[in-house]
Design a protein around this ligand. Structure first.
Ligand code: SAH
Ligand code: SF4
Ligand code: F3S
Length: 448
Protein backbone atom coordinates (compact mmCIF):
# COMPACT_ATOMS: atom_id res chain seq x y z
CA UNK A 1 0.00 0.00 0.00
CA UNK A 2 1.14 3.53 -0.75
CA UNK A 3 1.71 5.72 2.32
CA UNK A 4 -0.99 8.38 2.72
CA UNK A 5 -0.11 11.66 1.16
CA UNK A 6 0.22 14.52 3.58
CA UNK A 7 -1.43 17.91 3.15
CA UNK A 8 -0.45 21.09 4.93
CA UNK A 9 -2.75 24.14 4.75
CA UNK A 10 -2.21 27.66 6.11
CA UNK A 11 -5.39 29.69 6.46
CA UNK A 12 -5.62 33.48 6.11
CA UNK A 13 -8.53 35.92 6.12
CA UNK A 14 -11.95 35.59 7.69
CA UNK A 15 -13.79 32.84 9.58
CA UNK A 16 -15.31 31.75 6.28
CA UNK A 17 -11.85 30.69 5.15
CA UNK A 18 -11.28 28.77 8.39
CA UNK A 19 -14.53 26.97 7.70
CA UNK A 20 -13.59 26.35 4.05
CA UNK A 21 -10.25 24.85 5.04
CA UNK A 22 -12.19 22.30 7.10
CA UNK A 23 -14.25 21.47 4.01
CA UNK A 24 -11.06 21.09 1.95
CA UNK A 25 -9.55 18.70 4.50
CA UNK A 26 -12.76 16.64 4.43
CA UNK A 27 -12.73 16.43 0.63
CA UNK A 28 -9.08 15.43 0.58
CA UNK A 29 -9.46 12.93 3.43
CA UNK A 30 -12.09 11.12 1.36
CA UNK A 31 -9.46 10.78 -1.38
CA UNK A 32 -6.75 9.26 0.80
CA UNK A 33 -4.96 12.38 2.00
CA UNK A 34 -3.94 13.01 5.57
CA UNK A 35 -3.59 16.35 7.35
CA UNK A 36 -0.20 17.41 8.65
CA UNK A 37 0.88 20.40 10.76
CA UNK A 38 4.47 19.95 9.64
CA UNK A 39 5.26 21.74 6.40
CA UNK A 40 8.59 19.88 6.15
CA UNK A 41 6.81 16.55 5.76
CA UNK A 42 3.97 17.70 3.50
CA UNK A 43 3.50 16.38 -0.04
CA UNK A 44 0.97 19.13 -0.77
CA UNK A 45 1.50 22.64 0.63
CA UNK A 46 -1.42 25.02 0.34
CA UNK A 47 -2.53 28.46 1.51
CA UNK A 48 -6.19 29.43 1.76
CA UNK A 49 -5.90 33.11 1.00
CA UNK A 50 -7.51 36.53 1.49
CA UNK A 51 -7.69 39.54 -0.85
CA UNK A 52 -9.58 41.99 1.31
CA UNK A 53 -6.66 44.40 1.74
CA UNK A 54 -3.37 44.77 -0.07
CA UNK A 55 -1.26 43.88 2.99
CA UNK A 56 -3.14 40.56 3.30
CA UNK A 57 -2.07 39.71 -0.26
CA UNK A 58 1.52 40.90 0.26
CA UNK A 59 1.88 38.57 3.22
CA UNK A 60 0.76 35.62 1.15
CA UNK A 61 3.07 36.50 -1.74
CA UNK A 62 5.88 36.36 0.83
CA UNK A 63 4.73 32.92 2.00
CA UNK A 64 4.74 31.66 -1.61
CA UNK A 65 8.49 32.35 -1.66
CA UNK A 66 8.91 30.15 1.42
CA UNK A 67 6.73 27.41 -0.06
CA UNK A 68 8.84 27.51 -3.21
CA UNK A 69 11.97 26.72 -1.20
CA UNK A 70 10.26 23.52 -0.02
CA UNK A 71 9.14 22.76 -3.53
CA UNK A 72 12.69 23.08 -4.86
CA UNK A 73 14.31 21.14 -2.02
CA UNK A 74 11.93 18.18 -2.12
CA UNK A 75 10.97 16.90 -5.57
CA UNK A 76 7.32 15.83 -5.76
CA UNK A 77 6.07 18.57 -3.46
CA UNK A 78 3.31 20.64 -5.04
CA UNK A 79 2.12 24.09 -3.96
CA UNK A 80 -1.50 25.24 -4.19
CA UNK A 81 -3.19 28.58 -3.68
CA UNK A 82 -6.83 28.43 -2.61
CA UNK A 83 -9.44 31.02 -1.70
CA UNK A 84 -10.00 34.64 -2.56
CA UNK A 85 -6.57 35.48 -3.92
CA UNK A 86 -6.71 32.43 -6.18
CA UNK A 87 -10.01 33.72 -7.51
CA UNK A 88 -8.77 37.28 -7.96
CA UNK A 89 -5.33 36.62 -9.49
CA UNK A 90 -6.02 33.39 -11.40
CA UNK A 91 -3.30 32.53 -13.98
CA UNK A 92 -1.09 35.34 -12.69
CA UNK A 93 -0.28 33.07 -9.75
CA UNK A 94 0.81 30.27 -12.10
CA UNK A 95 2.91 32.76 -14.04
CA UNK A 96 5.12 33.18 -10.97
CA UNK A 97 6.21 29.57 -11.68
CA UNK A 98 6.18 29.03 -7.93
CA UNK A 99 2.66 27.68 -7.74
CA UNK A 100 1.30 24.42 -9.24
CA UNK A 101 -2.39 24.64 -8.34
CA UNK A 102 -4.86 27.55 -8.25
CA UNK A 103 -8.33 26.80 -6.87
CA UNK A 104 -11.07 29.36 -6.21
CA UNK A 105 -13.61 29.11 -3.36
CA UNK A 106 -16.24 27.19 -5.35
CA UNK A 107 -13.88 24.62 -6.88
CA UNK A 108 -12.77 22.57 -3.89
CA UNK A 109 -14.55 19.39 -4.99
CA UNK A 110 -12.12 19.27 -7.90
CA UNK A 111 -9.00 19.55 -5.72
CA UNK A 112 -8.14 15.81 -5.83
CA UNK A 113 -8.06 16.00 -9.65
CA UNK A 114 -6.14 19.27 -9.61
CA UNK A 115 -3.50 17.78 -7.32
CA UNK A 116 -3.22 14.65 -9.49
CA UNK A 117 -2.74 16.86 -12.54
CA UNK A 118 -0.01 18.81 -10.79
CA UNK A 119 1.76 15.59 -9.87
CA UNK A 120 1.55 14.64 -13.50
CA UNK A 121 3.97 17.49 -14.06
CA UNK A 122 1.69 20.30 -15.19
CA UNK A 123 -0.15 23.12 -13.56
CA UNK A 124 -3.83 23.01 -12.69
CA UNK A 125 -6.39 25.76 -12.27
CA UNK A 126 -10.10 25.99 -11.48
CA UNK A 127 -11.53 29.39 -10.64
CA UNK A 128 -15.07 28.77 -11.84
CA UNK A 129 -17.59 30.46 -9.56
CA UNK A 130 -20.88 28.70 -8.93
CA UNK A 131 -24.46 29.90 -8.39
CA UNK A 132 -25.33 26.82 -6.37
CA UNK A 133 -22.32 25.32 -4.59
CA UNK A 134 -22.70 25.37 -0.78
CA UNK A 135 -20.80 22.17 0.13
CA UNK A 136 -23.95 21.33 2.12
CA UNK A 137 -23.30 17.58 2.02
CA UNK A 138 -19.68 17.74 3.18
CA UNK A 139 -18.99 17.13 6.83
CA UNK A 140 -16.08 19.45 7.65
CA UNK A 141 -12.98 17.98 9.28
CA UNK A 142 -12.96 20.18 12.38
CA UNK A 143 -9.64 21.82 13.15
CA UNK A 144 -10.58 23.94 16.20
CA UNK A 145 -7.99 23.39 18.92
CA UNK A 146 -10.36 23.30 21.90
CA UNK A 147 -13.08 21.12 20.34
CA UNK A 148 -15.63 23.43 21.97
CA UNK A 149 -16.56 25.88 19.26
CA UNK A 150 -17.31 25.11 15.59
CA UNK A 151 -17.97 27.22 12.51
CA UNK A 152 -20.90 26.36 10.24
CA UNK A 153 -21.17 28.10 6.86
CA UNK A 154 -24.81 28.87 6.16
CA UNK A 155 -24.37 30.73 2.89
CA UNK A 156 -21.72 31.70 0.37
CA UNK A 157 -21.00 34.76 -1.74
CA UNK A 158 -22.43 38.25 -1.41
CA UNK A 159 -25.01 40.21 -3.39
CA UNK A 160 -24.07 43.60 -2.01
CA UNK A 161 -21.76 45.86 -3.94
CA UNK A 162 -20.04 47.88 -1.25
CA UNK A 163 -17.80 49.95 -3.49
CA UNK A 164 -14.54 49.26 -1.59
CA UNK A 165 -15.01 45.51 -1.30
CA UNK A 166 -13.46 42.70 -3.31
CA UNK A 167 -15.51 39.89 -1.73
CA UNK A 168 -18.37 39.80 -4.30
CA UNK A 169 -15.73 39.31 -7.01
CA UNK A 170 -13.85 36.56 -5.17
CA UNK A 171 -16.84 34.74 -3.71
CA UNK A 172 -19.52 35.18 -6.33
CA UNK A 173 -23.26 35.58 -5.91
CA UNK A 174 -25.05 34.91 -2.67
CA UNK A 175 -26.59 31.49 -2.12
CA UNK A 176 -28.14 30.03 1.02
CA UNK A 177 -27.50 26.51 2.17
CA UNK A 178 -30.20 23.91 2.87
CA UNK A 179 -31.53 24.76 6.35
CA UNK A 180 -31.93 21.10 7.30
CA UNK A 181 -28.31 20.34 6.46
CA UNK A 182 -27.31 23.22 8.75
CA UNK A 183 -29.41 21.91 11.64
CA UNK A 184 -28.07 18.40 11.03
CA UNK A 185 -24.50 19.71 11.17
CA UNK A 186 -25.25 21.58 14.41
CA UNK A 187 -26.65 18.33 15.92
CA UNK A 188 -23.55 16.40 14.86
CA UNK A 189 -21.35 19.09 16.40
CA UNK A 190 -23.25 18.86 19.67
CA UNK A 191 -23.13 15.06 19.72
CA UNK A 192 -19.38 15.06 19.16
CA UNK A 193 -18.83 17.38 22.12
CA UNK A 194 -18.98 20.91 20.69
CA UNK A 195 -20.88 23.38 22.83
CA UNK A 196 -20.93 26.40 20.51
CA UNK A 197 -21.59 26.91 16.82
CA UNK A 198 -21.04 30.11 14.85
CA UNK A 199 -23.24 30.49 11.76
CA UNK A 200 -21.22 32.18 9.04
CA UNK A 201 -22.07 34.35 6.06
CA UNK A 202 -21.04 37.72 4.61
CA UNK A 203 -24.54 39.03 5.30
CA UNK A 204 -26.36 36.49 7.46
CA UNK A 205 -29.52 38.57 7.67
CA UNK A 206 -30.22 38.00 3.99
CA UNK A 207 -30.13 34.21 4.43
CA UNK A 208 -33.18 32.78 2.69
CA UNK A 209 -33.52 29.14 1.79
CA UNK A 210 -36.34 27.83 -0.38
CA UNK A 211 -37.30 24.18 0.01
CA UNK A 212 -38.45 21.96 -2.87
CA UNK A 213 -42.09 22.54 -1.85
CA UNK A 214 -41.61 26.31 -2.08
CA UNK A 215 -41.61 26.99 1.67
CA UNK A 216 -38.84 29.24 2.93
CA UNK A 217 -36.61 29.64 5.98
CA UNK A 218 -35.25 33.11 6.80
CA UNK A 219 -32.33 33.89 9.09
CA UNK A 220 -34.38 34.48 12.24
CA UNK A 221 -36.16 31.16 11.67
CA UNK A 222 -32.86 29.39 11.06
CA UNK A 223 -31.41 30.73 14.32
CA UNK A 224 -34.53 29.52 16.12
CA UNK A 225 -34.11 26.05 14.58
CA UNK A 226 -30.45 25.82 15.55
CA UNK A 227 -31.16 27.16 19.05
CA UNK A 228 -33.52 24.22 19.56
CA UNK A 229 -30.80 21.62 19.00
CA UNK A 230 -30.00 21.82 22.73
CA UNK A 231 -30.18 24.47 25.44
CA UNK A 232 -26.54 23.53 26.10
CA UNK A 233 -25.48 24.47 22.58
CA UNK A 234 -24.60 28.14 22.22
CA UNK A 235 -25.41 29.81 18.92
CA UNK A 236 -23.40 32.71 17.50
CA UNK A 237 -23.49 34.29 14.04
CA UNK A 238 -21.51 36.67 11.88
CA UNK A 239 -21.71 39.01 9.99
CA UNK A 240 -24.86 41.08 10.47
CA UNK A 241 -25.63 43.90 8.07
CA UNK A 242 -27.09 47.11 9.54
CA UNK A 243 -29.47 47.43 6.61
CA UNK A 244 -30.90 43.93 6.93
CA UNK A 245 -30.82 42.99 10.62
CA UNK A 246 -34.45 42.39 11.57
CA UNK A 247 -36.54 42.85 14.68
CA UNK A 248 -37.62 39.24 14.17
CA UNK A 249 -34.01 38.17 14.76
CA UNK A 250 -33.76 40.32 17.89
CA UNK A 251 -36.94 38.68 19.18
CA UNK A 252 -35.51 35.20 18.54
CA UNK A 253 -32.41 36.23 20.48
CA UNK A 254 -34.47 37.57 23.36
CA UNK A 255 -36.51 34.36 23.52
CA UNK A 256 -33.52 31.97 23.43
CA UNK A 257 -30.90 32.43 26.16
CA UNK A 258 -28.50 30.10 24.31
CA UNK A 259 -28.32 32.53 21.37
CA UNK A 260 -25.33 34.57 22.45
CA UNK A 261 -25.63 38.22 23.43
CA UNK A 262 -23.32 39.58 20.77
CA UNK A 263 -23.87 41.19 17.39
CA UNK A 264 -21.04 42.11 15.03
CA UNK A 265 -22.49 45.05 13.12
CA UNK A 266 -19.91 46.67 10.81
CA UNK A 267 -20.57 50.39 10.44
CA UNK A 268 -17.61 51.27 8.11
CA UNK A 269 -18.11 55.05 8.52
CA UNK A 270 -20.07 57.53 10.61
CA UNK A 271 -20.58 59.97 7.73
CA UNK A 272 -23.66 59.69 5.54
CA UNK A 273 -21.80 61.14 2.57
CA UNK A 274 -19.12 58.43 2.85
CA UNK A 275 -21.63 55.65 3.53
CA UNK A 276 -23.38 56.56 0.32
CA UNK A 277 -20.13 56.51 -1.63
CA UNK A 278 -19.33 53.16 -0.06
CA UNK A 279 -22.73 51.97 -1.29
CA UNK A 280 -23.71 50.86 2.14
CA UNK A 281 -27.49 50.96 2.11
CA UNK A 282 -28.09 52.69 5.45
CA UNK A 283 -27.48 56.04 7.10
CA UNK A 284 -25.84 56.99 10.36
CA UNK A 285 -29.33 57.60 11.80
CA UNK A 286 -30.55 54.16 10.68
CA UNK A 287 -27.47 52.54 12.23
CA UNK A 288 -28.00 54.33 15.56
CA UNK A 289 -31.64 53.27 15.55
CA UNK A 290 -30.61 49.62 15.06
CA UNK A 291 -28.19 49.94 17.98
CA UNK A 292 -31.01 51.30 20.16
CA UNK A 293 -33.31 48.45 19.04
CA UNK A 294 -30.67 45.85 19.91
CA UNK A 295 -30.13 47.35 23.35
CA UNK A 296 -33.87 47.61 24.03
CA UNK A 297 -34.80 44.11 22.87
CA UNK A 298 -31.69 42.17 23.91
CA UNK A 299 -30.39 43.68 27.16
CA UNK A 300 -26.71 43.00 27.83
CA UNK A 301 -26.00 42.39 24.14
CA UNK A 302 -22.52 43.51 23.16
CA UNK A 303 -22.08 45.25 19.84
CA UNK A 304 -18.83 45.17 17.88
CA UNK A 305 -17.98 46.72 14.54
CA UNK A 306 -15.63 47.20 11.59
CA UNK A 307 -14.57 50.61 10.32
CA UNK A 308 -12.54 51.94 7.41
CA UNK A 309 -10.54 55.18 7.82
CA UNK A 310 -9.59 57.34 4.87
CA UNK A 311 -12.00 56.12 2.18
CA UNK A 312 -11.95 58.08 -1.09
CA UNK A 313 -12.65 61.79 -0.59
CA UNK A 314 -13.04 61.48 3.20
CA UNK A 315 -12.67 64.91 4.83
CA UNK A 316 -11.79 65.85 8.41
CA UNK A 317 -15.49 66.52 8.90
CA UNK A 318 -16.41 62.99 7.70
CA UNK A 319 -13.75 61.56 9.97
CA UNK A 320 -15.10 63.58 12.92
CA UNK A 321 -18.48 61.99 12.24
CA UNK A 322 -16.93 58.53 12.56
CA UNK A 323 -15.30 59.51 15.85
CA UNK A 324 -18.55 60.91 17.18
CA UNK A 325 -20.44 57.74 16.19
CA UNK A 326 -17.86 55.63 18.02
CA UNK A 327 -18.20 57.90 21.02
CA UNK A 328 -21.97 57.71 20.95
CA UNK A 329 -22.31 53.93 20.49
CA UNK A 330 -19.52 52.74 22.77
CA UNK A 331 -18.64 49.51 20.93
CA UNK A 332 -17.31 46.67 23.02
CA UNK A 333 -14.52 46.09 20.49
CA UNK A 334 -13.85 47.02 16.88
CA UNK A 335 -11.76 45.91 13.92
CA UNK A 336 -10.25 49.06 12.48
CA UNK A 337 -8.56 49.43 9.08
CA UNK A 338 -7.46 52.13 6.73
CA UNK A 339 -8.76 52.02 3.19
CA UNK A 340 -6.87 49.81 0.78
CA UNK A 341 -7.88 50.14 -2.86
CA UNK A 342 -8.76 46.78 -4.43
CA UNK A 343 -8.40 46.36 -8.19
CA UNK A 344 -11.66 45.88 -10.06
CA UNK A 345 -13.95 47.23 -7.34
CA UNK A 346 -16.39 50.04 -8.01
CA UNK A 347 -14.35 52.46 -5.89
CA UNK A 348 -11.15 51.60 -7.76
CA UNK A 349 -12.89 52.33 -11.06
CA UNK A 350 -14.83 55.44 -10.02
CA UNK A 351 -13.07 57.27 -7.20
CA UNK A 352 -9.44 58.31 -6.81
CA UNK A 353 -7.75 56.90 -3.70
CA UNK A 354 -7.03 60.47 -2.67
CA UNK A 355 -6.49 60.47 1.09
CA UNK A 356 -2.70 60.40 1.60
CA UNK A 357 -1.32 57.48 3.59
CA UNK A 358 -0.08 59.64 6.47
CA UNK A 359 -3.57 61.09 6.90
CA UNK A 360 -5.23 57.66 6.66
CA UNK A 361 -2.85 56.41 9.34
CA UNK A 362 -3.42 59.39 11.61
CA UNK A 363 -7.19 59.05 11.36
CA UNK A 364 -6.98 55.33 12.01
CA UNK A 365 -4.83 55.96 15.08
CA UNK A 366 -7.38 58.46 16.38
CA UNK A 367 -10.17 55.92 15.99
CA UNK A 368 -8.06 53.24 17.70
CA UNK A 369 -7.20 55.54 20.62
CA UNK A 370 -10.86 56.43 21.13
CA UNK A 371 -11.98 52.81 20.80
CA UNK A 372 -9.36 51.61 23.30
CA UNK A 373 -10.86 53.98 25.89
CA UNK A 374 -14.37 52.85 24.97
CA UNK A 375 -13.42 49.16 25.19
CA UNK A 376 -11.97 49.68 28.65
CA UNK A 377 -15.20 51.43 29.69
CA UNK A 378 -17.31 48.61 28.24
CA UNK A 379 -15.25 45.95 30.01
CA UNK A 380 -15.24 47.89 33.29
CA UNK A 381 -19.03 48.04 33.13
CA UNK A 382 -19.05 44.25 33.55
CA UNK A 383 -17.20 44.32 36.90
CA UNK A 384 -19.44 42.92 39.62
CA UNK A 385 -21.62 40.99 37.14
CA UNK A 386 -21.94 37.21 37.06
CA UNK A 387 -21.68 35.45 33.74
CA UNK A 388 -22.18 31.93 32.55
CA UNK A 389 -18.92 31.09 30.80
CA UNK A 390 -18.21 28.23 28.42
CA UNK A 391 -14.77 26.84 29.31
CA UNK A 392 -12.42 26.80 26.31
CA UNK A 393 -9.28 25.59 28.09
CA UNK A 394 -6.21 26.82 29.97
CA UNK A 395 -5.62 30.59 29.86
CA UNK A 396 -2.68 31.90 27.83
CA UNK A 397 -0.52 32.07 30.94
CA UNK A 398 -1.82 28.75 32.26
CA UNK A 399 -1.56 29.73 35.91
CA UNK A 400 -2.31 32.82 38.01
CA UNK A 401 0.36 34.81 39.88
CA UNK A 402 -0.15 32.47 42.83
CA UNK A 403 0.55 29.46 40.65
CA UNK A 404 -3.07 28.24 40.59
CA UNK A 405 -4.39 26.75 37.35
CA UNK A 406 -6.19 29.37 35.29
CA UNK A 407 -8.89 28.72 32.69
CA UNK A 408 -10.36 30.91 29.98
CA UNK A 409 -13.62 31.03 28.09
CA UNK A 410 -16.17 33.45 26.73
CA UNK A 411 -19.22 34.94 28.32
CA UNK A 412 -22.33 35.04 26.17
CA UNK A 413 -21.42 38.65 25.25
CA UNK A 414 -18.26 37.28 23.60
CA UNK A 415 -15.86 38.78 26.14
CA UNK A 416 -12.95 36.55 27.11
CA UNK A 417 -12.90 35.69 30.82
CA UNK A 418 -10.01 34.33 32.87
CA UNK A 419 -10.29 32.79 36.36
CA UNK A 420 -8.58 30.40 38.77
CA UNK A 421 -10.08 26.93 38.54
CA UNK A 422 -8.72 23.50 39.41
CA UNK A 423 -11.82 21.43 38.73
CA UNK A 424 -13.42 22.21 35.37
CA UNK A 425 -12.63 21.19 31.82
CA UNK A 426 -13.20 22.55 28.34
CA UNK A 427 -16.84 22.28 27.33
CA UNK A 428 -18.12 22.84 30.89
CA UNK A 429 -20.34 25.78 31.79
CA UNK A 430 -19.28 27.68 34.91
CA UNK A 431 -20.46 30.85 36.65
CA UNK A 432 -17.82 33.52 37.05
CA UNK A 433 -18.08 36.82 38.93
CA UNK A 434 -16.06 39.58 37.32
CA UNK A 435 -13.63 41.32 39.67
CA UNK A 436 -11.39 43.32 37.33
CA UNK A 437 -10.47 43.75 33.68
CA UNK A 438 -8.18 44.99 30.95
CA UNK A 439 -9.51 46.45 27.68
CA UNK A 440 -9.68 42.95 26.19
CA UNK A 441 -10.15 40.47 29.07
CA UNK A 442 -12.41 40.08 32.09
CA UNK A 443 -10.79 38.66 35.22
CA UNK A 444 -13.17 36.77 37.48
CA UNK A 445 -13.58 34.32 40.30
CA UNK A 446 -15.36 31.01 40.11
CA UNK A 447 -18.79 30.94 41.74
CA UNK A 448 -19.81 27.36 40.95
N1 SAH B 1 -19.35 41.06 4.95
C1 SAH B 1 -18.83 41.85 5.98
C2 SAH B 1 -17.39 42.29 5.81
C3 SAH B 1 -16.41 41.40 5.17
S1 SAH B 1 -14.80 42.08 4.95
C4 SAH B 1 -19.67 43.14 6.08
O1 SAH B 1 -20.39 43.48 5.18
O2 SAH B 1 -19.53 43.82 7.05
C5 SAH B 1 -14.35 42.51 6.60
C6 SAH B 1 -14.04 43.96 6.81
O3 SAH B 1 -12.90 44.35 6.07
C7 SAH B 1 -15.11 44.93 6.36
O4 SAH B 1 -16.14 45.07 7.28
C8 SAH B 1 -14.36 46.21 6.16
O5 SAH B 1 -14.32 46.97 7.34
C9 SAH B 1 -12.95 45.73 5.83
N2 SAH B 1 -12.63 45.98 4.43
C10 SAH B 1 -13.22 45.45 3.34
N3 SAH B 1 -12.68 45.95 2.21
C11 SAH B 1 -11.72 46.82 2.60
C12 SAH B 1 -10.80 47.65 1.90
N4 SAH B 1 -10.79 47.72 0.57
N5 SAH B 1 -9.94 48.41 2.62
C13 SAH B 1 -9.97 48.38 3.98
N6 SAH B 1 -10.80 47.60 4.68
C14 SAH B 1 -11.68 46.83 4.01
FE1 SF4 C 1 -18.15 43.15 1.08
FE2 SF4 C 1 -20.33 44.62 1.51
FE3 SF4 C 1 -20.57 42.04 0.86
FE4 SF4 C 1 -19.63 42.71 3.24
S1 SF4 C 1 -21.69 43.14 2.48
S2 SF4 C 1 -18.77 41.17 1.87
S3 SF4 C 1 -18.47 44.57 2.81
S4 SF4 C 1 -19.75 43.66 -0.45
FE1 F3S D 1 -10.69 37.73 2.85
FE2 F3S D 1 -12.12 36.34 1.17
FE3 F3S D 1 -12.77 36.42 3.72
S1 F3S D 1 -11.22 38.32 0.78
S2 F3S D 1 -12.08 38.44 4.35
S3 F3S D 1 -10.94 35.55 2.90
S4 F3S D 1 -14.16 36.33 2.00
Amino acid sequence: MQPMRKVYIETYGCQMNVSDTEVVFAILAAHGYEKTEDINRADVIMANTCSVRDNAEQRILGRIEQFNLQRKARPGVVVGILGCMAERMKEALLDTRKVDIVAGPDSYRSLPQLIEAAWGGGTAINTELSRTETYHDIKPLRTSASGVSAFISIMRGCNNVCSYCVVPYTRGVERSRDAHSIVREACECFESGFREVTLLGQNVDSYLWTAADGSTVNFAQLVQMVAQVSPLLRVRFSTSNPQDISNELLEVMAANPNVCRHIHLPVQSGSNRILEKMRRRYTREWYLERVRAIRAKVPGCSITTDVIAGFCSETEEDHAQTLSLFDEVGFDTAFMFYYSERPGTLAARKYPDDVPLDIKTRRLEEIIALQNRKSLEAYKADIGKRFEVLVEGPSKKGTSQDGVRQLCGRASNNKMCVWEDTTHNSGDYVTVEIISCTQATLLGRLIE
